[in-house]
Design a protein around this ligand. Sequence first.
Ligand SMILES: *Cc1c(COP(=O)(O)O)cnc(C)c1O
Length: 338
Amino acid sequence: MSDRVVLLNPGPVTLTPRVRQAMLRADMCHREADFARMVLDVKGRLLEVYEGASAYDAVILTGSGTCAVEAMLAAHGKPHEVLRGEWLAPLDLGAVEERLRASDDIARVAAVHHETTTGRLNGVAGLARLCQKYGRGLLLDAVSSFGGEDIRFEEWGLEAVAATANKCLHAVPGMAFVVAHRAALEDADGSTRSVYLDLRRYYAEQRAGFSPFTQSVQACFALHEALLEMQETGGWVRRQARYRLISDAVRDRLGALGAAPLIPWSEASSMLSAFRLPDGLPYEVLHDTLRAAGFVIYAGQGALAGSIFRIATMGDIRDDDLDRLLASLVGVFRAVRR
Ligand SMILES: *Cc1c(COP(=O)(O)O)cnc(C)c1O
């Protein structure tokens, strides 16, 4: 048995040897010109992942995805309202429109692109049309979709997008970033009480490649290499196709074994599949059996804990990994039905 571990959780992901190796390069000081050059290069490449981002700039932060989301919202003490929906239901655009029509004082709408809890890919195009119609900014949590799903900066009129290095971009945890419209980054009215997550301060200093605080230098090496690798292997379009191919194989095989999808696959993202646990198969048994075979899957969260399992297809998943995964899944599911 090999000691290869393949992560099928939605980030952090299995690294390619190339990205892992990149972290071993010579050390850099975060206040030296060589590191500043790398930061500028990473910022530029982040803006090149999608077309239509020429009016935007990228700000990189040391932290997990939540760090970027919080910096984007800079919501410390700012009034906000949560529009709740059914966990398994699609985005209720009618409810959003009703709220926007009723109040002029809502300046921005924040939404999650890929809802990692259920695997749903939210219809951002429709939400964007509403925000444009009512003249409100749209802030997107694209932590688990940036690099693996379509994001249309210009067409959707996005004000800002928060994401991370260690999901669809295939780098390591430790670097997160916000891609924001330059007008928003230069808006002096946007104040925050946060010292560490003051996006505008980072923006101002990072124009020269420097940052207010110590960046995770090695995580930046990894992100830089991961962006190069992504570009050389066909960008987000090819990556999405690869995710879909693996997801389809898993969905087909588990479907044939009687596993029910949590939401219709037509509404799901390319890279995450949530299944209901079949009767007689506790999550722990499924998890531990796959873990022994070298695969790490993901449990349900919140109200879905104990009733579902998730399989994400981000990261360096090779053809032989997929073959072994499918064989392992068939083994566990057949054993339950016996
Ligand atoms: C992973 C994820 C986050 C952030 O998680 P961290 O643990 O902070 O990296 C935020 N939003 C979505 C949609 C995610 O998938």
